[in-house]
Design a protein around this ligand. Structure first.
Ligand SMILES: [Zn+2]
Length: 123
């Protein structure tokens, strides 16, 4: 990867539980899926989705977007890729709910960065 920009998911921020009427102390349901996940992603490479941009992710791109064991989305540069097999049904609705918990209602813009995110350049 050549000076690729990546954006680590901030695992310490509070989920937007109020949007979905969840208990305010509930954690993100997907944290164990998005960190240190290269092995798991490789084993489920046929169907991958990104929680941030909601895109289908093509595995052939992925080996260029791995850093410290975590996989980053080729489209939005975030480590928010999960195998569809790990998303509880109804899959698309759950994925959208995870997006809301993590990024709120108006975050769905591929190149925007929110206040609680950090961008890094890596070699
Ligand atoms: Zn993405």
């Amino acid at each position: 990867m050549n000076n690729k920009k990546i954006i680590w998911f901030n695992r310490f921020k509070k989920p937007n539980n109020w949007i979905l009427d969840r208990d305010e102390n509930l954690p993100f349901p997907f944290l164990n899926l998005i960190f240190d996940n290269i092995t798991h992603i490789s084993a489920n490479k046929d169907e991958l989705k990104c929680i941030y941009c909601l895109s289908d992710v093509n595995y052939t791109e992925i080996n260029k977007y791995c850093y410290k064991g975590s996989v980053f989305c080729p489209i939005c540069s975030r480590n928010t890729i999960v195998p569809i097999i790990n998303i509880p049904e109804p899959t698309l609705e759950t994925l959208k709910n995870w997006h809301l918990l993590a990024f709120g209602m108006f975050a769905h813009r591929p190149n925007s960065i929110s206040d609680d995110e950090s961008e890094y350049e890596i070699e």
